[in-house]
Design a protein around this ligand. Structure first.
Ligand code: DC
Length: 202
């Protein structure tokens, strides 16, 4: 079974996806970390950063180097949003993601999982939250200024939504969940219910 969780930055995807994976015994796939690795490889001078060796798990490895923290730096976020618009990068990442999701039980988070990577996913969630709420959560995590985070977030959201290649849009059959004002537990419980009814239906 694949549970696809897509949505903009700061909607709570990572926290929710990890919790759902733990609750249901699925493996968690953070596809954003893959684009972040490509961005970091490029910042480090790789000529074909999309060919870099990426290993996901408790720690994220880029060509064998532990980059778990390095890929969260603001310059990597900015570059990731740029490399993610390039078709050759998307093809390479989507191919790797499909190979992983082809067998086993997964909770995969990203922007295009339900639309492009895994349109046959049994459960598709599009997680949103209002702009300022998302920026507030991110600023808290990073210890940064809310207004700066909000401005950066708007730029990157617009880039993700407006790119020609697999833009950030909800799949036609996705369930949209607005997490503004909801607790993590409430969101996880709702996705658990959807997964349970998808299991019953199949
Ligand atoms: O989810 P995140 O912030 O770690 O993602 C980093 C960047 O990668 C972000 O700009 C969106 C992009 N991304 C994407 O285009 N497609 C995905 N499936 C996952 C992330």
């Amino acid at each position: 079974m694949v549970i696809a969780i897509d949505g903009p930055a700061g909607a709570g995807k990572s926290t929710v996806a990890r919790a759902v994976a733990a609750a249901l015994g699925c493996t968690y796939l953070d596809t954003g970390a893959m684009y972040r690795c490509v961005a970091l490889a490029e910042l480090r001078g790789a000529e074909h950063p999309e060919r870099a060796e990426i290993t996901l798990g408790d720690r994220v490895l880029l060509d064998g180097d532990d980059v778990t923290e390095a890929i969260r730096a603001p310059e990597v976020s900015e570059r990731a949003s740029q490399v993610a618009a390039r078709p050759e990068v998307r093809r390479a990442m989507q191919e790797r993601q499909r190979a992983l999701l082809g067998s086993g039980d997964w909770v995969a988070e990203g922007r295009d999982i339900g639309t492009v990577v895994c349109p046959g996913a049994e459960v598709k969630i599009f997680l949103t939250a209002d702009d300022t709420e998302r920026a507030r959560r991110r600023a808290e995590e990073l210890g940064a200024d809310v207004d700066v985070v909000l401005a950066d977030q708007r730029l990157r959201d617009a880039r993700d939504r407006e790119r020609a290649d697999s833009p950030l849009v909800p799949a036609g059959d996705a369930v949209e969940l607005d997490t503004t004002g909801l607790s993590i537990d409430e969101v996880v419980a709702r996705i658990g219910e959807l997964a349970a009814s998808a299991r019953t239906a199949s």
